[in-house]
Design a protein around this ligand. Sequence first.
Ligand code: SAM
Length: 193
Amino acid sequence: MVTIRDPKSFHRLAAFFFTPRVQAMVRDAIAPSSELRLLDAAGGTGVLREACSPCGFYSFDLVMERVKNVRASDPDAGAFVGDVTRLAAADKCFDRVLATGLFHHLDDEQSILAVEEFHRVLKDDGRVVVLDAIWPINSLNLFGYMMRKMDEGKYVRNEEPLKDILLTKFKPVQAGKFSSRWLDYTLMVLEKR
Ligand SMILES: C[S@@+](CC[C@H](N)C(=O)[O-])C[C@H]1O[C@@H](n2cnc3c(N)ncnc32)[C@H](O)[C@@H]1O
């Protein structure tokens, strides 16, 4: 298992995989505007903060050093240490919830708690954008398998099981798979049921 403790190295690695093309996909899914409040759930070092601009930006992560990195790069960001399975946020206070690279760190029980929390804090006309690691689309992508096996997140899924968890509280607006460098991801946009 690979754990990257230094927040700057963590940020550089995330930026390597979240290429400008991926950032543009996230931006399209969010449709940002200055009227919107966005929660970057498990936001890490805030590598997708620019893609969310000009939304009001809030993020939670378990790791203080990563939260500090978000604060240092944007003093206006509301960046907090916190657990997405019990969010310290009011009901229906966000227009967007972004969760990138989160669910492969959560087992099914924790994932359902996070989905319930996203549903609770999201406004009724809000939207959840999920981008997460999936197993390689091409069964010959051995490098992709190896990288996913080495990931700190122990719960890499295929797209369908992840979608089933999200559909407990949300309905899909858009769902698809893509590759970035040698790794595969799913990107889903969902609304409240
Ligand atoms: C792969 S990183 C993704 C970070 C960021 N979203 C990105 O795309 O660069 C996963 C992040 O989830 C955070 N995390 C894992 N479980 C969490 C939880 N229960 N609550 C909040 N953050 C969590 C980790 O600390 C880590 O920063």
